[in-house]
Design a protein around this ligand. Structure first.
Ligand SMILES: NC(=O)c1ccc[n+]([C@@H]2O[C@H](COP(=O)([O-])OP(=O)(O)OC[C@H]3O[C@@H](n4cnc5c(N)ncnc54)[C@H](OP(=O)(O)O)[C@@H]3O)[C@@H](O)[C@H]2O)c1
Length: 243
């Protein structure tokens, strides 16, 4: 199915972003992705699906704005921006260094805002669609995730505010909150049998999520069928926060 629509997915080199990139490519979208380690030859899977990966940090706001402009000039429109890139930390709150705090806030919150802002400024006359990948840890608390949780809660709140502020320009802004998904980010948890056992006791669907579980609602939110959905958060967590 060819849509000829364009999507830019930040943090698409692995994990949820890779799952999103493959699903959008499969649905006929023209897919651009970014990552700090997006060296072309390292990503045969992307080349095979004609996914264009660019080596670029989301914290490089000028570089991100230039990439969006490049996509617009080449294809006429950037139909959707997915702010997915994120970093976590397993450091106790009392031990977080100011460098680590800045790294988490700059990647998970500041860059989401600045990429959204650049997209809006570039396309305020034509409209757009923004999907922010937040987290259930922006809704409920846990230990060892204080600043990470704070950034994700802030992204959920920002999603609602931008949805309202930019609605008149034809922008829709929504968020997806994954629960525990099987990616590199959950490696620390997966290695610890006791924690995994506890997790399966509180996840009603009794498994970790997969990147493709996040791709399904993202494709829905990016589609024209979702033209009346904005400012919303879709939780994809196997029922974890329903308890
Ligand atoms: N896995 C989970 O259980 C879970 C749960 C809730 C929410 N999330 C959220 O889902 C998103 C994706 O997580 P994931 O599980 O796929 O993590 P992951 O496997 O660790 O992958 C993170 C992705 O983000 C990219 N990235 C990190 N910093 C970046 C930067 N400064 N600039 C550009 N790209 C950057 C990485 O690419 P490079 O290394 O190439 O830079 C990679 O592609 C994150 O926002 C995360 O907070 C994950």
């Amino acid at each position: 199915m060819a849509t000829h629509k364009t999507v830019l997915i930040t943090g698409a080199t692995r994990g949820i972003g890779k799952g999103l990139a493959l699903a959008f490519a499969d649905a006929g979208w023209i897919v651009y992705g970014t990552g700090r380690c997006a060296a072309k030859d390292a990503h045969a899977w992307a080349d095979a699906q004609k996914i264009i990966l660019k080596e670029l940090s989301v914290t490089d706001s000028a570089g991100m704005a230039a990439l969006m402009q490049e996509i617009k000039e080449k294809h006429g429109l950037l139909d959707c921006l997915i702010n997915n890139a994120g970093v976590a930390s397993n450091t106790p709150a009392s031990a977080l260094s100011s460098e680590e705090i800045s790294r988490i806030i700059d990647t998970n919150f500041r860059a989401v805002f600045e990429c959204s802002q650049s997209y809006y400024k570039m396309q305020r006359k034509a409209g757009g669609c923004i999907i922010n990948v937040a987290s259930v840890l922006g809704m409920v608390g846990t230990s060892l995730a204080s600043v990470y949780s704070g950034t994700k809660g802030a992204v959920i709140a920002m999603t609602k505010s931008l949805a309202i502020e930019w609605a008149n320009s034809g922008f829709r802004v929504n968020a997806i909150c994954p629960g525990f998904i099987d990616t590199d980010m959950t490696d620390m948890i997966k290695k610890r049998e006791a924690i995994m056992k506890k997790l399966f006791e509180v996840i009603p669907l009794k498994r970790l999520g997969r990147p493709e579980d996040i791709a399904a609602p993202a494709l829905m939110l990016a589609s024209d069928a979702a033209s009346y959905i904005t400012g919303q958060t879709i939780v994809v967590d196997g029922g974890l926060t329903a308890m």
